[in-house]
Design a protein around this ligand. Sequence first.
Ligand code: GLU
Length: 489
Amino acid sequence: MSKIPEKVRFAPSPTGHLHIGGARTALFNYLHAKKTGGSFLVRIEDTDLARSTQESEEVIIRDLNWLGIHWDEGIEVGGEHGPYRSMERKHLYQPFIDQLLKEGKAYYCYCTEEEVEEQRKKQRANNELPHYTGKCRNLTPEQREQYEKEGRKPVIRFRVPEDQTIVVKDLVRGDVEFDSNGTGDFVIVKSDGAPVYNFAVVVDDYLMNITTVIRGEEHLSNTPRQVLLYEALNFPVPKFAHVSLILGEDRSKMSKRHGSTHVDQYRAKGYLPEAIVNFLALLGWSPEKGEEEIFSLDELEKLFTLDRVTKNPAVFDIKKLNWMNGQYIRKAPLDKIVEMCIPYFVEAGYITEEEIQTKREWLVKIVEAARERMEYLEQIKEHARIFFDDALHFENDEAESMIHLDHVPMLLQALREKVKAVDTIDKEFANGIFKVLQKETGVRGKNLYMCIRVALTGQCHGMELVDILEILGKEKVISKIDQVLTYLA
Ligand code: GLU
């Protein structure tokens, strides 16, 4: 793979939040720029006026930054090829539109939406691929004048050359061929003067000196039109790399049906940006050597090569992401994880904002014990419930039947006595108590551990019992035991 510095770009349309697929495209661009010692640009493609929103733009930028995918040039950062929103670049597109019109490579078309739709309907009925028939291709000045008089607002169409094979040279897919006859003369400027994506993208990539266009496979069908425009404008054609779709586990295109599809949804659930980046990098790419799967962004910057991007679709495996996120949760500094968990404690109503400082030490203990079992941080709500919920309830029949075993009152009395006799439950006590109880009561195994667990938490499984005892502390352990004993009496 070339070591020539490459200039690449991510060009999201601000028509929704940052999609997992978009984030992966951004990441691959970023990594390719780093790997080749080149630069990475982000610009906003807001040509779809009806669907573009300021809010989407803000969220996309925020989430890219959150993932640690930073850019050298573009929106917010600035640079010499701005502005970095398509709709602010209309004056830059104009000379190229004029050039195409002058050279007869584009023309005004006065067909109304309804007329074009009518044509399409007919073509479909005849089993033809819908495309513009070229009705306005060769209008005389008089015909144009007549339409203008009628008050029709024209679009500008690109005149697609006939009988041409358009070859898209794709770094991931090899040569992909398209027949120009299937394309039809397409609109490059709408009747309100707004540029159309396929045109704006070409001019932008040219003016911004983009050397390789890395984007999702869903854009492959746009690429022949763009190649025709490059050629018509005498621009050098950049290299293309169309990255495969991300599929859900049922192998259909990933959508809401498959769960969370946007970066902010994962962020809200408490996925770590490092884990998401690591996971996304492996969706369609793998390093040359080894079985290793945990990579930091720094490592990826060194390892990534475009030629290892596969053309097979990548399957989004949430179990793998959860596993990976768990790894990052356990590896991160405890303090950082505590900080990230605090909003969930507040959200669940376990603590108030005011209590964050006073209860901090206790929260640290809870998070430390729970993080061994967490896949994403929102799960702290579930894990921590046992420490904040004083009501007595059993999670299921199994728990209920454990608590009704004959030996339970005797066992809990024995535990109560031992706890009563110490000032606090420290690690040492918690670690040693089960052996002592086993010896004194003769109860062992599940009858010992699970019965105590159910008495203290209402659950049959969960975090280490030793941690639970210590975190609950002397008073809570005694009151919980009393509650159960009263219930059983
Ligand atoms: N604006 C397009 C999108 O958000 C990207 C187009 C491109 O990368 O050329 O899907």
